[in-house]
Design a protein around this ligand. Structure first.
Ligand SMILES: [Zn+2]
Length: 340
């Protein structure tokens, strides 16, 4: 989220969609579904829109004032007329009960979380004539039971309640949920917009990082530290058959096994791309190294390793010995190159 003089504002590429959602001020739909790919600022937008809906003193263009009591409550995460439903929220409360062992990160919004809303829905707003807002993020974290429970609430909308659903993958939602919401297609920043914004945030070498992180300026901004580590990892991967798994494995899993797997997947994607099309997608600063690897790679061996990585990524949360697991993957990596 961006703050200017204590007032949060939307991202530059969201100016039009901001106008769009503020047009129906008097006749707000009772459910909005903000959808679009990951990393374009949908959630920040949804939060800020929630704040502005609750603000007692919003501007003509719909912006929250940032200073009224409603805005202060909102910024303190204590607004009585606002609820956020997300998988993380549940794992935090459970974490207190089990401090010794790190609780597994929840990936679903449970039916209990939806049922907890009924008391919230049966109350009226804490401010006369005010709205109440429920933000669901990400909506694809609803399982069948919780989606059906939510559907009932959407079918019989409570007075003055607005649901805002945020989804990266529309196809994973129940069609009946989608049909109850006004869909808002969230804009993807083009490269110029993304680079301009990253420049304003003081990010160096933004262009390379933007290509690596699928054109998402938000990811580039939030992963600044990781990028220095990545340069070291790429230097190691460039060694191909000479890479030493026990040295590279700890670096790859420093953040999480999943991050390490994604780093390998993108690197191998570019080896294939270089071999087959002479073009790369993610590693503009490592063309030379990728070219050398592409000449020596055994493609069928590489495809097998890719398949394995895809499978492992789905299981990345399971409690194997991560370092050993990564070492054995890297050992396979060294074997997909023909040594000359
Ligand atoms: Zn305000």
């Amino acid at each position: 989220m961006i703050y200017k003089d204590n007032i949060s504002i939307t991202y530059p590429w969201q100016a039009q969609v901001w106008q769009h959602v503020n047009q129906n001020d008097k006749r707000m739909p009772h459910a909005l579904l903000l959808h679009g790919r990951a990393g374009i600022g949908k959630y920040d937008f949804a939060r800020y829109f929630s704040q502005s809906l609750l603000c007692a003193n919003k501007s003509e263009a719909g912006h929250a004032c940032g200073v009224c009591s409603s805005c202060s409550w909102f910024n303190d995460e204590s607004h009585p007329d606002f609820r956020l439903l997300s998988p993380e929220q549940e794992s935090e409360t459970e974490g207190e009960d089990a401090p010794a062992k790190k609780t597994k990160k929840k990936t679903q919004i449970s039916v209990a979380q939806i049922r907890d809303l009924s008391s919230f829905l049966s109350l009226t707003s804490h401010r006369s004539g005010g709205l109440r807002v429920i933000l669901v993020h990400p909506a694809e974290a609803l399982n069948l039971a919780s989606a059906n429970a939510l559907l009932k609430m959407l079918e019989e909308p409570a007075e003055g309640v607005i649901f805002i659903l945020v989804a990266h993958q529309l196809q994973r939602l129940l069609p009946t949920i989608i049909s109850r919401c006004q869909k808002v297609n969230m804009p993807i920043p083009n490269e110029t917009q993304a680079l301009a914004w990253l420049g304003e945030q003081g990010v160096q070498n933004a262009k390379v990082q933007l290509a690596y992180l699928d054109g998402s300026p938000i990811k580039v901004f939030s992963e600044q530290l990781q990028f220095t580590q990545l340069n070291e990892i790429w230097r190691l991967l460039a060694q191909g058959s000479k890479l030493q798994p026990h040295i590279a494995a700890p670096a790859l899993i420093a953040n999480s096994v999943e991050t390490g797997i994604v780093v390998l997947q993108k690197w191998m994607y570019d080896i294939v791309a270089m071999r087959l099309t002479k073009q790369i997608r993610y590693h503009a600063t490592h063309i030379g190294a990728l070219q050398a690897l592409a000449e020596k790679v055994n493609l069928s061996g590489l495809f097998q390793l890719q398949k394995k990585l895809d499978e492992l990524r789905k299981l990345a949360l399971h409690p194997l010995n991560h370092e050993l697991q990564m070492e054995s993957l890297l050992l396979e990596y060294t074997r997909i190159f023909m040594s000359k």
